[in-house]
Design a protein around this ligand. Structure first.
Ligand code: ADP
Length: 405
């Protein structure tokens, strides 16, 4: 087969109750269609389909499992009126976002039985995502037989961390027997932004030192040294590190012991720290959303103001630490829903980076929402850059590379 046979790459992000998709033409890396099936397994599943240059469509569908959901996606992609493909055989390969590949998987891979077994073996490390990711792969194998499936893992970018960065200082048997260690997440985004930043700075990626701040509902920072991940804020699970929409981030682990002794079950502690903490717990308005928090802070809500300061304080703390550990950086980079769009959050963070030689250009910062821009002053020795992420395109690129190499 020639490269053009692989031009169309379908990207699937299969969650516990949703299946998101994006179809790319790789010749110019253009997105042709996107959408999702949501509420899979409920009595009200819905297909949302947005083809570029054609009428969008939203309709109720029947989707008891990911298999039926994918069937609807395939049908709409070849629909005579709204479709963007003549036949499904035009899809050269399918790229899947997979949460957890553990230590075994360090790069994107063609899905084989062995790879699926690894994804299965990592279910204890990603209990919500890995089963859904696997369901997406198996649905594609059934509905598009013969089309290669490639798995791109959220953890793989971080597999270059040194041992002293990823081990927790607890008895080694929990690492050797249970694989308890730092893994890190958002790897596809950190990888995309690392490459995009190197290109923007006109530097070979192997020479790039950068601190990538992916700030969204879930937030993490990656310290990138010579183009590779040296450390990251998320850990065994996405709970560690920064304060997030509903996750607490770093706390004294003894808090869990304390809550356990108080009578909360492991599941209750899990829910408390993952779903009821972070901005949701701290901003006085019980919302996980940054826009709501900013609006509340602007209207004088002291809890919301404090939540913003807590967030900025912790982000700046990690940036400072990582800056030292990687021996200085070419840039600190902001991405994700908050990083790309919230000039308020960026301002609070950058105001805390002056000791590193990073100073805010307030006007540029205010004018930057979702586009690439330098938002630090010319005099800054550590530039601050806003760089939109594109995880789906990164998955499509990796998938295309694997099937055409
Ligand atoms: P996820 O982690 O779910 O992918 P996103 O990266 O989309 O999340 O980020 C969602 C966050 O980005 C929300 O807290 C949202 O309020 C915030 N956000 C999006 N647009 C803006 C904006 N214009 N100003 C401030 N915050 C924004």
């Amino acid at each position: 087969m020639s490269k053009t046979d692989y031009d169309k790459i379908l990207v699937i992000n299969s969650g516990s109750s949703s299946l998101k998709f994006m179809l790319f033409s790789m010749e110019h890396e253009t997105m042709i269609a996107k959408g999702l099936v949501e509420r899979i397994g409920t009595d009200k599943p819905r297909l949302v389909y947005k083809p570029v240059g054609k009428e969008p469509l939203t309709k109720d569908v029947s989707a008891p499992t990911h298999g039926e959901a994918l069937q609807h996606v395939c049908e709409v992609l070849v629909d005579p009126e709204r479709g963007v493909l003549k036949s499904l055989s035009e899809v050269g390969a399918i790229g899947h976002r997979v949460l957890h590949g553990g230590e075994a998987i360090t790069k994107p891979v063609l899905c084989s039985e062995e790879v699926k077994n690894i994804i299965r073996a990592c279910i204890p490390l990603g209990p919500l995502h890995n089963p859904a990711n696997l369901a997406g792969i198996e649905a594609c194998e059934k509905i598009c037989p013969g089309t290669p499936n490639v798995a791109v893992f959220d953890t793989q970018f971080h597999t270059t961390m040194p041992r002293y960065a990823y081990l927790y200082a607890i008895p080694m048997k929990y690492y050797t027997e249970d694989k308890i260690r730092k893994y890190g997440f958002h790897g596809t985004s950190h990888n995309f932004v690392t490459h995009a930043t190197a290109e923007f700075l006109k530097k070979p990626v192997e020479e790039l030192n950068a601190i990538i701040c992916h700030l969204g509902n879930g937030s993490s920072i990656a310290a990138v040294k010579n183009g590779k991940c040296f450390d990251t804020t998320m850990g065994l699970t996405p709970l560690q590190g920064l304060m997030m929409g509903t996750r607490c981030g770093d706390i004294d682990p003894a808090v869990c012991v304390f809550l356990g002794r108080k009578g909360l079950s492991p599941d209750e502690i899990d829910t408390l720290l993952n779903k009821k903490s972070g901005f949701y717990a701290m901003n006085g308005i019980a919302s996980a959303d940054m826009r709501d928090t900013i609006a509340a802070a602007e209207s004088g809500n002291e809890d919301a103001k404090n939540a913003m300061l807590m967030f900025a304080h912790r982000v700046a703390l990690y940036i400072g630490g990582y800056y030292t550990l990687i021996g200085g950086a070419d840039a600190v980079v902001f991405t994700g829903g908050i990083g790309e769009n919230s000039d308020e959050a960026r301002q609070l963070i950058i105001e805390r980076l002056n000791a590193l030689g990073c100073f805010l250009d307030a006007e540029k910062n205010r004018a930057t929402h979702g586009q690439v821009a330098v938002i630090s002053t010319k005099e800054s020795t550590l530039p601050a850059i806003v760089m939109p992420t594109n995880e789906e395109l990164m998955i499509a690129r990796e998938t295309y590379r694997i099937v055409t190499q």
